[in-house]
Design a binder for this molecule. Structure first.
Ligand SMILES: Nc1ncnc2c1ncn2[C@@H]1O[C@H](COP(=O)(O)OP(=O)(O)O)[C@@H](O)[C@H]1O
Ligand SMILES: [Mg+2]
Length: 406
């Protein structure tokens, strides 16, 4: 049992290696890492091979031991029986009967020993299955949950946050205090790793805070029914995903009952309509697994359209126009301002041009809020913001100027 348990754990390594390789096959090729990856796979399989051989070495002993016992018994009975037939009134027929019974019993015992081997394998597997089934999610619905989100206001009160469940380790967010009114457009800017995505994930309660609380619509997010909350808080994540199926099917993740017209309207808002119409099968184009047959920017626009179909009270775009050109990015933002004015919009970006027209901009630095204000205020008072602005408009940044002027 001990050996089998070890074997099954090593299977995880093998599966992980294979999964990683298949998923990132282009990266492996681009970096000419085939040989290295092959070696890694070989090592993982060799590990399993060794452990299995060790486990089977024990199992294999089972058969000769059993056979030895069986034949020893037959020999013993025959010898004793023959002796008794000669010296007592024991008949040959009775001896034959006894032998047959013994054989039956011994064969059954052999079967049982085989069952033991099977059992130890299946118990090791079953334990692993049970481990997954019994895993308790950290974030659960409260008793007596609130079933309605009143409006799209957001509040952070003295929020600290670490990814470690026990609250240990360096906090990712420190001392966040923030109030966002319903319907406001707020930009969030900051370097990579400054905690922007983490801040956004707290709003739809993908994680719970370590200290302090996050309020949506005036109520602590921990009091809401999770489904209700996540329906009203629509997040387009940095690493967005499409699933295999037609474009329409993918869009209807946002709203199962959405009509084709509604889907088209959402796509127009997200500037996705134009490229979808250009595809031979339009909205019925089949998206391959992982969305590999659309470009990064197209995928981002589809994900925005999908999020819009939820008709959320809060819309969070976490760096989700990073692969969209600046002119289209500006058109998407303008469409949002005109078509969904009541929705609170949080736009996370690395580009000043994506956030500068927001009502307010939050500058994040190393898990803290470094400054909040409008574009002009921040340019005057916030050093980080000014530096980023200058680097992006001074010719050394990206081609942002056209986008910024729209
Ligand atoms: N799932 C995670 N588990 C542990 N640490 C994480 C996780 N995601 C992000 N971090 C850490 O949190 C910090 C902030 O990350 P993130 O919020 O993604 O930054 P940003 O979106 O601003 O680039 C980083 O230092 C990162 O290492
Ligand atoms: Mg991020």
């Amino acid at each position: 049992m001990k050996y089998f348990k070890e074997v099954f754990e090593k299977y995880d390594d093998l599966n992980a290696t294979i999964q990683e390789n298949v998923k990132a096959i282009r990266v492996v090729k681009a970096y000419v890492r085939e040989e290295h990856e092959e070696n890694r796979l070989r090592k993982a399989s060799e590990n399993i091979y060794r452990l299995f051989v060790r486990a089977e070495n024990q199992v294999i002993l089972n058969s000769p031991v059993m056979q030895l016992t069986v034949y020893a018994c037959i020999l013993f009975i025959s010898w004793m029986g023959a002796h008794m037939v000669v010296t007592t009134s024991f008949t040959t027929g009775e001896l034959m009967g006894l032998l047959t019974y013994c054989m039956n019993i011994l064969i059954s015992l052999m079967m049982i020993s085989m069952i033991f081997v099977m059992m130890s394998m299946s118990i090791a597997s079953a334990e692993r299955v049970v481990e997954v089934i019994n895993e308790e999610p950290d974030i659960v619905n409260p008793e007596d949950p609130i079933m309605e989100v009143k409006d799209g206001s957001i509040e952070f009160e003295n929020v600290d946050f670490t990814y470690n469940k026990d609250g240990s380790g360096e906090p990712v967010l420190k001392d966040i205090n923030l109030t966002i009114k319903s319907g406001e457009t707020v930009g969030v800017i900051g370097g990579t790793g400054s905690g922007k995505s983490s801040l956004m994930m707290l709003i739809s309660r993908l994680y719970d805070t370590s200290e302090g609380c996050v309020k949506v619509g005036g109520e602590d997010v921990r009091k809401y029914d999770l489904e209700v909350l996540r329906k009203e808080v629509s997040v387009v994540q940095q690493k967005n995903m499409l699933f295999s199926g037609t474009i329409l099917e993918n869009l209807r993740w946002g709203d199962k009952e959405a009509s084709e017209e509604e889907c088209i309207k959402a796509c127009k808002l997200a500037c996705a309509d134009e490229f979808i119409q250009a595809m031979p099968e339009g909205y019925h184009t089949y998206i391959e697994q992982g969305g590999v047959n659309v470009s990064g920017g197209q995928r981002q626009r589809l994900c925005i359209a999908r999020a819009l179909l939820k008709k959320p009270k809060i819309l969070i775009l976490d760096d989700s126009t990073s692969a969209v050109d600046t002119a289209t990015d500006a058109r998407i933002r303008r469409a949002f301002a005109e078509e969904i004015p009541g929705t609170t919009k949080l736009i996370v970006s690395q580009r000043i041009s994506s956030v500068e027209h927001a009502d307010r901009i939050i500058v994040m630095d190393d898990g803290r809020i470094d400054g909040i204000g409008t574009h002009e205020e921040l340019l005057q008072h916030n050093e980080i913001y000014r530096d980023v602005y200058e680097s992006q408009t001074g010719g050394s940044g990206d081609f942002d100027e056209a986008g910024g002027q729209i």
